[in-house]
Design a protein around this ligand. Sequence first.
Ligand code: NI
Length: 436
Amino acid sequence: MGALRLSPVAVMFKHVAATVIVLATGFCTMFFSSDHPIEYIRRWQDDYTRFRRDLHAHPELGFEEHRTAQRISERLTALGIEHHTGIGKTGMVAVIRGREASPHSMGLRADMDALPMQEESSRPHASTVPGRMHGCGHDGHATMLLACAHYLQETRRFAGTAYLIFQPAEEGRGGGKAMLADGLFERFPVERIFALHNWPGLPVGKVAVHSGPVMAACDYVTIDIEGCGGHGAHPHLTVDPVLVAGHIITAVQSIVSRNISPFDHAVVSLCGMQAGNMDAKNVVPRTARLVGTVRTFHAETQEWIEARLRELVVSVASGFGAKATLRYDRIDPATINDAQQARFAARVAAQLLGEENVVHDLEPSMGAEDFSYMLQKKPGAYLRLGQGGSGERHGLFLHNSRYDFNDEVIPYGAGLLAGLVEAGLPLVSGIRDQKI
Ligand code: NI
């Protein structure tokens, strides 16, 4: 049997047609079905920048994020994404199912709350609420998780379920704990969980992740000293609580320098003192109060510092004939990344950003993070995302009154979160581009 013979003109036509088809297919693949979540999301840069700046202009404190949650909910509804509100008061969970069924799941979490501080900025999107400011970039975190939801819903290039957790009240008000108490993981059973925080000083396009401690445990201390008040000109008839406070302040500095291993890390900071009346320059007050914070990475260190504080406070005061009590409140546990999940996140980041943009040894922060409560329940990791390091605006550290989240970062954070879902819940068929 001979092969079908074509005329020279027909052969030429066939080649030209094939070339056109190949070029057209290539163009469509590049343009319409970008495999790269960061590039895909970058097309929405302007829209999500506007959304972020609107949140920035309307900051709300923990458990008061009604407008913020409402704005996010409106967007999720418009995108046709199932979501559940009122979890941990103002918290919310969006549920997105991949195009293939699977029992596996992953959680992504972002915080939404602002700080009780005054913004010092003349930017058009500066806070419109006196004494309230998005000084930590949680407006950006919520926006990135929303953009990630948009991408996952539109592409659904994964198998199983992604739970996107919009958490309230991260700034010391217990939002993470409140969501867990509200049955977060019973209602939305994530197998593993990830979160990220923008990080000033780390260049845009870079991400830092490592296993082990990444953020410290945060405890608060309140020391009440009771002496005996009297006339400033007759101090021998008083027990001066201001003098006792001074000795306690000095004595507690010996804890880190003399009781903690030089190979461990800890901070004891007394940050506030209240005693007497500034108008009463000749009155020795009866009481004094000191407040401060303790930061640690290990439970044994935390226990030891609390014990040493208690001994020092009581004994220094009694040495002066005063009484002192210590109130020790544990606010957030240390944020500890699971080794396997940190390696997984680093691998995904390297695929999306290039290995040269993954920082494996950024030193842990003595700041605290209530994502730690979620990491105590589920394996996962907390990533730090480059917010930029040059120029005053983006180089300013978190909680600075002139800080502002860098909108350029939105596609990186949203794409990275989406990449974790696609890599962690891979399609069994391996066919990523159908239905796009
Ligand atoms: Ni923060």
